[in-house]
Design a protein around this ligand. Structure first.
Ligand code: GLY
Length: 336
C-alpha cells in the first residue's frame, strides 16, 4: 500500500509493504552517496540490505537510546558527510527507530541547507508515528527536541517484516503511540486493542495509525493547533522521560503513563486492562518535583501554561491550557 501525504508544500509517499527494505533500490534513488544512519541495536543485516543497494554507502552507527539524540552526534553526521565530500545531490537514510530518524532527518535538513532524506523505521513506534510528519530534532540541556526543524523525508519505507526481530517490550511501547491515536480519533480502532487483536495484525495497526496521522499533519504541518492532539499523554510523559536518563522506561511507556491522568475515570477503566495485556506501566516511582519542573521547561510550555489534551469519550479529545498546580495534581495520580 502507498499512502501519499502532502503536508504544507511537501509531497511524499509512505510505502507500507512487507519486504520493501530488501527491495529498497526499486523505490529509492540510491545511485549516489548515501549516509546510512543507524544505531547499535538495529540488526546488522537490515543495514547491510540497504548498504548493498547503494552505490556509495557510508554507515554511521550511533549508540542506542534517547541520550544519543544530541548535538555531538549531529556534528558527527555532518562532519562525516563533509569528510566524504557529500554534495547537495547526495542523501541521508535512517535505518532505525525514532532516535535515528530524528537525528538523521535533522542532519539532512542542516547539511548544505538541506539534502534528500529517506526514512526506514525499524521499530513499531517509529513506524506508527515518528517517521512521518517531518519532525526532526536533537535534545539539548535535558530538554527533549529543543533544537530541530520541520523537514520531510522524500520517502518512507515501512516494512513490517523487520518487526520480527523487535523485542516484545519495544512492540508494546510502539502500541502505546498507536493507542494514543485510537483513543483520540477512532473508537473502532480502539476496539482492536480491547479485543486483543493487535499483536496478530500489526500491519493494520500501522495503517490505521498512519491514516490518522496523515489527516492531522496535512491540516496542521507545523503544530499551530490540531497537531497538538498528537501530544496526548506527552506532557507528563516527557516529564517522566526526562528523569530516566538510564533509559529504564521507553518513550512509549512514559506516554502510556502520561495518558492516564488525561482520561476520564470511565476511559481509564477501559484502558487499564489493555495496559495489562500489553504489559505497559500505569504508574512509576519518581521525584514528582523533578518531573513537574521538567514539564514546565518543556518547549511546549508558554508563559508557564501548557496546552493539555484530555478526553472523556473514546474517539474524541479537547484541548485547554492548564497551570502548574493542576498539572502537578494530574502527575501525582501516576507518580508514586
Ligand atoms: N509525534 C507527534 C507529532 O508528530 O506531532
Amino acid at each position: 500500500m502507498i499512502l501519499h501525504i502532502s503536508p504544507g508544500n511537501n509531497n511524499y509517499d509512505i510505502l507500507i509493504e512487507r519486504g520493501c527494505l530488501k527491495k529498497a533500490s526499486s523505490s529509492l534513488h540510491l545511485q549516489r552517496k548515501v549516509l546510512i544512519v543507524t544505531d547499535s541495536g538495529v540488526p546488522a543485516h537490515y543495514v547491510k540490505m540497504l548498504a548493498d543497494a547503494c552505490k556509495q554507502p557510508v554507515i554511521c552507527t550511533i549508540g542506542q537510546g534517547e541520550v544519543n539524540k544530541n548535538l555531538q552526534n549531529y556534528q558527527y553526521l555532518l562532519s562525516t558527510m563533509l569528510a566524504c565530500r557529500f554534495t547537495r545531490k547526495d542523501c541521508v537514510a535512517a535505518v532505525g527507530g525514532g532516535v535515528c530518524g530524528d537525528l538523521a532527518g535533522f542532519a539532512a535538513a542542516g547539511y548544505m541547507r538541506g539534502i534528500d532524506f529517506y526514512n526506514i523505521p525499524t521499530t513499531l513506534l517509529s513506524q506508527v508515528d515518528s517517521s512521518i510528519g517531518g519532525k526532526t530534532a536533537v535534545n539539548l540541556d535535558g530538554i527533549k527536541n529543543a533544537v530541530g526543524a520541520f523537514y520531510h523525508p522524500r520517502k518512507v519505507l515501512i516494512d513490517a517484516d523487520v518487526l520480527k526481530t523487535l523485542p516484545q517490550r519495544h512492540l508494546s511501547a510502539g502500541l502505546a503511540e498507536a493507542l494514543k491515536m485510537a483513543i483520540t480519533f477512532d473508537e473502532d480502532f480502539f476496539r482492536l486493542f480491547e479485543e486483543n487483536q493487535v499483536f496478530s495484525d500489526l500491519e493494520s495497526v500501522i495503517r490505521r495509525s498512519l491514516l490518522i496521522k496523515k489527516e492531522v499533519v496535512e491540516q496542521d504541518e507545523t503544530e499551530q493547533g490540531l497537531r497538538r492532539v498528537l501530544n496526548f499523554g506527552h506532557t507528563i510523559g516527557h516529564g517522566i522521560e526526562s528523569q530516566v536518563s538510564d533509559g529504564s522506561l521507553y518513550h512509549g511507556e512514559c506516554v502510556a503513563i502520561g495518558m492516564l491522568p488525561m482520561c476520564s475515570p470511565q476511559i481509564m477503566k477501559r484502558l487499564l486492562p489493555i495496559y495489562d495485556k500489553l504489559n505497559l506501566p500505569s504508574s512509576c516511582r519518581m521525584d514528582l518535583d523533578a518531573v513537574c519542573s521538567s514539564m514546565l521547561h518543556d518547549k511546549k510550555s508558554e508563559d508557564g501554561k501548557i496546552t493539555i489534551v484530555e478526553t472523556d469519550r473514546i474517539g474524541s479529545y479537547r484541548m485547554r491550557t492548564a497551570d502548574p498546580a493542576e498539572l502537578r495534581e494530574k502527575a501525582a495520580m501516576v507518580i508514586r
